[in-house]
Design a protein around this ligand. Structure first.
Ligand code: 5GP
Length: 366
């Protein structure tokens, strides 16, 4: 018989972090945003656990460089060639220890060759971090490929996903260091509409962190970050890393052109409706029809598109977003008495709410 789990699964918008007395700090400056990560398969990395999504729009070099320069983590998407990545590795001034090169399942032989070529031709030793990206890691081939990549690169930090249940984490952590959790939460994602599958992020983080941490693994909460407070919530819930796409998609550093859109307002000036011009950038899911046309020569006839193409408002320089993220996390720590990001989950009390934000004036804002 089909079972229905009646416990309500929660998302970021269903909870808040309750401020409280503790060893509260006087200034956000006193919060230690850097965390030392000791990974299951032997490596250590240090940084603020925020990744850009490994998508063509935001997993680009410009975005990656800015995150790395800020002491965060970064991915490069899987469609870069060896020489493009090699050129980046040689020329960037950003520290590379926290850079993850993404590979997929589809062309695994070629992708493994690509990593070997990076190692032999471009000295890719400082950044031996690999992200194995699959929309659905439940297909048996995914685990086989993960095992093979671990065999080929025994000393790398490997992040693999995506999944949306604790059960698979244990198996994956035989080979991976970080499990990327999240199915259906992404802003450019259509999986929940097209398949009915998905798990809200808050409950998912609790479940996966519990399982992964019990065997020395780490998790990355991927997708669904709408505001900086969601990053704080993910850390308080015990996620080690957070991955985000949409919040970087409108920045000057994201891939793609800026374009103008004209909107007729309700205002009449000299008998004519006033037209407002706003700037946008394109953001598309990696399973969208647009991405399939661009990178896979079209949509295969057995597939449905599980991603969409969006126009997102242009938000300017990425440094402003990164500053907001760092500032928001530091401030959260001062509300809950956490001296460092590492301590957030120990200090946080989470409350379930029906209404998390006051939106009264939002309809007036531009
Ligand atoms: P966001 O931060 O925009 O909410 O979510 C970013 C995440 O959405 C990515 O890291 C990835 O896990 C997921 N994603 C990206 N493209 C697609 C897609 O086409 N379909 C689905 N289902 N998820 C996607």
């Amino acid at each position: 018989m089909t079972q229905i789990l009646s416990e309500v699964y929660l998302d970021y918008s269903d909870i808040l972090i309750r401020p409280k007395m503790g060893i509260n700090l006087n200034s956000r400056r006193d919060v230690n945003l850097q965390r030392v990560f000791k990974f299951k398969h032997g490596q250590t990395r240090t940084g603020l656990g925020v990744f850009n999504a490994n998508m063509a729009t935001v997993g680009n070099m410009d975005v990656a460089e800015h995150l790395l320069a800020r002491g965060m983590f970064a991915t490069l998407h899987k469609h870069y060639s060896v020489s493009e990545i090699g050129h980046f590795l040689k020329n960037t001034t950003a520290p590379l220890d926290n850079l993850f090169i993404t590979i997929g399942l589809k062309n695994i032989d070629a992708d493994i060759q690509k990593l070997h070529a990076l190692e032999s031709e471009y000295g890719w030793v400082k950044s031996q971090n690999i992200c194995i990206d699959a929309p659905n890691f439940y297909i048996p081939r995914a685990l086989e490929i993960l095992a093979r990549v671990r065999l080929e690169f025994p000393n790398s930090v490997i992040m693999a996903g995506n999944i949306a249940s604790g059960d698979i984490c244990i198996k994956m952590l035989d080979y991976a260091d970080i499990i990327k959790c999240g199915i259906g939460s992404g802003s450019a994602c259509l999986t929940r509409r097209q398949t009915g599958c998905g798990v809200p992020m808050v409950s998912l983080i609790l479940e996966c962190a519990d399982v992964a941490h019990s065997v020395g693994g780490h998790i990355c909460a991927d997708g669904g970050i709408v505001v900086v407070g969601d990053v704080c919530k993910a850390f308080c819930l015990n996620s080690d890393f957070v991955m985000a796409g949409g919040i970087f998609a409108g920045t000057a550093q994201a891939a793609g052109e800026i374009y103008e859109r004209h909107f007729e307002t309700n205002e009449i000036v000299d008998g004519v409706r006033r037209v407002e011009t706003k700037l946008f950038k394109q953001y598309y899911g990696m399973s969208s029809e647009y991405a399939n046309n661009k990178f896979a020569g079209g949509m295969a006839d057995y597939k449905t598109s599980e991603g969409r193409e969006l126009s997102v408002p242009y938000t300017g320089e990425i440094d402003k977003v990164l500053q907001d993220i760092a500032g928001g996390i530091a401030s959260c720590c001062t509300y809950i008495g956490a001296a460092s990001v590492k301590h957030m989950s120990k200090c946080a009390t989470i409350i379930q709410v029906h209404n998390q934000l006051n939106r009264v004036f939002e309809k007036y804002s531009v």
